[in-house]
Ligand binder design. Sequence first.
Ligand code: GDP
Length: 444
Amino acid sequence: EMFGQLTSGLESAWSKLKGEEVLTKENIAEPMRDIRRALLEADVSLPVVRRFVQSVSDQAVGVGVIRGVKPDQQLVKIVNDELVKLMGGEVSELTFAKSGPTVILLAGLQGVGKTTVCAKLANYLKKQGKSSMLVAGDVYRPAAIDQLVILGEQVKVPVYTAGTDTKPSEIARQGLAEAKKKNIDVVIMDTAGRLQIDKGMMDELKEVKRVLNPTEVLLVVDAMTGQEAAALVTTFNVEIGITGAILTKLDGDSRGGAALSVKEVSGKPIKLVGRGERMEDLEPFYPDRMAGRILGMGDVLSFVEKAQEVMKQEDAEDLQKKIMSAKFDFNDFLKQTRAVARMGSMTRVLGMIPGMGKVTPAQIREAEKSLKIMEAMIEVMTPEEREKPELLAESSTRRKRVAQESGKTEQQVSQLVAQLFQMRVRMKNLMGVMEGGSIPALNN
Ligand code: GDP
């Protein structure tokens, strides 16, 4: 079964967290070892495994508790998201030329399923309403040309051939001209498959690429070859410059190393996958569905996602309620300023505020100083004053007391109170923006 081995390897990681209350550095140690082992056994390359495990454990320790979600479920979700990221995140679609025929150049070692992919791809494009033509450029194996012709007939797509005596770059030129004449949407060029990479093969490919100026250059690799496939994609990309990979024989791959490694190792996405010998067995590579298949825990994932959403929503609703009812008080103010301070790097925080632009170190120090001053003043307020800033706005006696007890001036206290009311206005406006309203002019 596809990725079966990896799935069961990962399962042992979750099982070790049963009965735990939260994820900690200590209780994730063993599950992380399981994950590491599972990935290595899947034939994912060591540097990739290391980065993956590090990232997952960092997130696991910092994740906190989501109401109703168990630690093992949380870990499943973290691993899932990291797997999706590892495989490139979004699905990577084929690109089509804006005008004239789209040219797809296919390369790959012998036996990986390149000839089959040519016909499968034509069949796939036909379903999208695009006409295509196959060009037989594997001049070293007459049988490959015959096979392409047969497969072409099977999917009812024309095949351009020029025998084995013509140079592949010349066949490419002729094929492209023919496709233009016939107003074909997509030209799919098959090239020589050798048993191993050699200079002759690379030079020939470069020449064909130069002649065709292809929209896509796709390397066909065999999923069963694991991290070797990822290394091949890297080599071809460095030598020829490719736009992506097609991963074949995924149906027979119980390990998953190639699917997991190609993007991370080579920087190039897997665009399509072959999952069987039939002409219909070619589909886009969906990192999220792949991760889902590997983990085999769709229910858990959607449950954790819902719980996360609910929590986010409750937090947002809480804040919104406060803002709408003008309840944003000094307690919230303090929480916010402290949260900002906790983030440590003031540069980054201030840099994120629109309109702040570049912030100088002097400005940062200034901002940190004023945070301290604010804190000092809020700390000496009574609980009542914190909750009802109006009290301070209305009474200069109260402001005087706060000033005295915090060792600040009365003017500083007045400023702070004014600032809170300004903040209420600003946040209200912000909420307006979030709800689709426009920003009214601010009174300064
Ligand atoms: P080429 O030498 O790269 O052109 O490889 P072929 O296209 O001739 O394919 C080699 C063998 O792999 C054939 O028997 C194909 O049927 C088989 N094959 C190709 N793609 C797949 C796939 O996605 N799944 C499976 N199970 N077999 C495949």
